[in-house]
Design a protein around this ligand. Structure first.
Ligand code: SF4
Length: 407
């Protein structure tokens, strides 16, 4: 049902915004494909174009590849000239990647949901001893990943919780076991929050934990746990979670060791537009220092089954403009990912005109967003992602977890 609601929202949205690419979308449907996806974005009625002359200076700087600053980010979030925001984001996206659009065959391992954290936006976690809590044994993880090579999986995405019952060797053995069994697969594992938790449990600095994980075979950290860096919002949303400064420093240390990572922003709850822009700029600043971020992933808040269920999930307009502003402000992070599990498949297709160049992947076995009411399928076949990318007039590129082209 929720999926149907989202689709109707998109159709409504598509009458207000839209792009002149929609005819292309229909025409490039590959031969022999089955039911074509519905056109999402119709041509905008001229009355809705609503051009904003105050964006002229921003446009001029984007055209000259100059950086945008705090006030520019706020202005891009506040304007109703959505077509200019989309057009500029698409200009940067195509400057960096042309029509190429990345996707990966990947599998998620959510190894535990038992958590000492108290995040009001989380529907995934269970308190220690609470019904529904689980922790996968290592042998269960080996079973779940036993056919990765036959399935063509190129990336394993491992993320769980802050589980006080898991001993430190479990994490290192998990990575070492995956690396031993799957030497050619990228292992993208653990958020900064989990790394900080491991460090506390092991009584080590987190740089040492990162060294242990790297020696075991990890390639990259996942980007989760960033939420919104604003201290004001973190106090309300996730008071026991590591601070923004620690989150950034774990990634800094990881990058210095040669590990890569992603970065996220959970938006659409209690934060202001200014706090979103501040979040983006803090990531850009760390990227200037280390160059270790591969992708930025804006994550729309899903309220179902959380203690913030009275808040609406971000509108389709907000989702697309957040992708676009991210692309424009984060000029030094190569990839902007639309995580289709969180956004919905059809919104993901639209996102490719709004700055996104990556649709993540097949995502087998995801549990975190589905616990929060995501109405998307549990996974998608690689062929379907390819079809979706082609239907948007883009060129699909199969990547591994480090964005190496595997065509
Ligand atoms: S978001 Fe992470 S740390 Fe917070 S409660 Fe959920 S699993 Fe625990």
């Amino acid at each position: 049902m929720a999926q149907v609601v989202l689709f109707h929202q998109l159709v409504q949205f598509s009458t207000c915004l839209g792009t002149d690419r929609v005819q292309d979308v229909v025409e490039v449907e590959p031969e022999g494909s089955e039911t074509p996806p519905p056109p999402l974005l119709s041509k905008p009625p001229s009355v809705m174009q609503n051009p904003d002359p105050s964006l002229a200076d921003i446009e001029s700087r984007v055209q000259r590849s100059q950086r945008l600053e705090f006030d520019d980010g706020v202005a891009l979030f506040q304007t109703t000239d959505y077509d200019t925001v989309r057009r500029l984001a698409n200009m940067v996206r195509e400057r960096l990647h042309g029509n190429e659009t990345y996707h990966v065959v990947n599998r998620h391992i959510n190894y535990s949901n038992i958590c000492a954290g108290e995040c009001s936006f989380c529907a995934f976690a269970r308190r220690p001893g609470q019904e529904g809590g689980y922790t996968l044994s290592l042998s269960e993880i080996w079973d779940r990943t036993s056919r990765l090579e036959q399935e063509g999986v190129l990336e394993i995405h491992v993320v769980g919780s802050v589980n006080p019952e898991i001993p430190y060797p479990y994490y290192v053995d998990l990575v070492a076991g995956l690396r031993h069994r799957h030497p050619g697969v990228t292992i993208k594992a653990f958020s900064a929050v989990e790394v900080a938790h491991m460090a506390q449990g092991a009584g080590k600095p987190y740089a040492d934990v990162l060294r242990d994980l790297k020696a075991a075979g990890i390639d990259a950290l996942v980007g989760g746990g960033a939420e919104i860096f604003s201290q004001r919002v973190r106090k309300l949303l996730c008071p026991s979670k590591i601070s923004a400064e620690i989150w950034l420093d774990v990634h800094r240390q990881a990058h210095r060791l040669g590990l890569k990572s992603n970065a996220t922003m959970l938006y659409g709850h209690l934060e202001t537009i200014e706090e979103r822009v501040d979040h983006l700029l803090r990531l850009r600043s760390l990227q200037d220092e280390t160059g270790g971020f591969l992708a930025f992933v804006p994550l729309p808040f899903h309220p179902e089954n959380t203690s913030l269920s009275d808040i609406s999930t971000p509108s389709p307009t907000d989702r697309l403009r957040t992708l676009a502003v991210s692309r424009l402000v984060l000029s030094n992070i190569p990839h902007i990912k639309c995580y289709w599990i969180a956004s919905g498949i059809e919104a993901a297709r639209s996102s490719l005109d709004w700055g996104a160049d990556d649709l993540d992947g097949t995502v087998k076995d995801e549990r975190i967003y589905h616990a929060a009411g995501a109405a998307t399928p549990a996974s998608i076949e690689s062929d379907e992602l390819v079809r979706l990318i082609r239907a948007a007039g883009r060129i699909p590129v199969t990547r591994d977890g480090l964005y190496r082209n595997t065509r």
